[in-house]
Design a binder for this molecule. Sequence first.
Ligand SMILES: *[C@@H]1O[C@H](CO)[C@@H](O)[C@H](O)[C@H]1NC(C)=O
Ligand SMILES: *[C@@H]1O[C@H](CO)[C@@H](O)[C@H](O)[C@H]1NC(C)=O
Ligand SMILES: *[C@@H]1O[C@H](CO)[C@@H](O)[C@H](O)[C@H]1NC(C)=O
Ligand SMILES: [Zn+2]
Length: 373
Amino acid sequence: MKFGWFLLAASVAALPFDSLHVLEIEEGKTIMVRETEKWSLKRKGVQFMDITNFPKLLKSKDEKAVVPVYRYPKETQCDEIVNSLSKGVDKVSMHDNLAKFTSFYTRYYKSDTGYESAVWLSEKLSNITSPLNNDVVIEHVQHKGWKQFSIIVSIKGAQTPENIVVMGSHQDSMNLLLPSILAAPGADDDGSGTVTNLEALRLYVEHLSTTGYRPNNTIEFHFYSAEEGGLLGSLDVFTRYAEENKKVVAMLQQDMTGYVEDPENEHVGVITDYTTPGLTEFIKLIIRRFLDIPYVETECGYACSDHGSATKNGFPASFVIESEFNKSNKYIHSTMDTLDRLSFDHMAQHVRLVVGSLFELGNWEFKLEEETK
Ligand SMILES: *[C@@H]1O[C@H](CO)[C@@H](O)[C@H](O)[C@H]1NC(C)=O
Ligand SMILES: *[C@@H]1O[C@H](CO)[C@@H](O)[C@H](O)[C@H]1NC(C)=O
Ligand SMILES: *[C@@H]1O[C@H](CO)[C@@H](O)[C@H](O)[C@H]1NC(C)=O
Ligand SMILES: [Zn+2]
């Protein structure tokens, strides 16, 4: 233990500067800490948004962004195509992608290998979407202060492109003991969500390119950088979207999709705190229709993943995790978050969730709830 503290102290002393950060640890409650204290808070299980560079997000209760209440589908319409595509989930390619993604020593957002993993991911996305030619745009979102960029894949809607449906996950990983020094394979957190979205995108593109079908709304896949730093990448993305008056009508996060603690009781966890109730009801419908396993409602606390950056900026968002929160993977943020502990069958269930959501929301005519009354 003493040795551990010595190492920690040595790494602190080695930092060129240990700057102050403003962390929001509950809605409206902020604290100021040094960078190294961020990680010790995280080790204690304290979750936060690092809003140091987003002072505008520090609003009082009456000023803060309100998430509009949209009407979401009450029934599914695309069962045939979703069920047919779900049969084509390629678990071998998901395995290969995750093996490659976890082979980077760490995907810590400030590290060189974290940058290299983003370059690999971007190339993989180009390959997957290449059949769409000019109908897809891949954007690198550069962030101020660290190298790993976020990636946005956008398929423009044919009728109502202003309505944006977002499928999210984070690409960075982190070893919480010594982020700049120790390995962080991040297989479950959040390599699993990354390959889940990669596979859903692959199936979607396959359908679009073979049928010529295009969704009415714009579909985006977001691969955020620096989630582990306090939702930094997604805060940057959604704050920009809000400033540009973009209209995200639904955001669904995949963060940890591969761990099954109790195979006798396999399920997914629908997060009910700090998510958007109407959208979450719709997500439950998708699970009932398209998954082979049930859901359990569960809570994960404030700022537990990137969907929090969406709602913070006034965009509706939901989050489905691998299981009830207290049964989720205990090995994350360490060298033990490895691929051999994960179930690709379980990840395939999350792929169905994404594919189902894409088809049902891609053509949905978005109206505010009050307009329909
Ligand atoms: C993308 O495709 C090219 C050409 O087939 C291949 O050489 C390259 O390895 C692929 N990249 C990734 C990341 O899969
Ligand atoms: C996990 O959470 C559920 C629901 O809050 C609770 O009923 C259960 O006892 C918890 N299990 C453990 C192992 O803490
Ligand atoms: C897509 O938009 C067109 C034009 O507004 C509309 O006619 C069509 O019904 C929409 N598609 C679906 C599946 O709602
Ligand atoms: Zn994490």
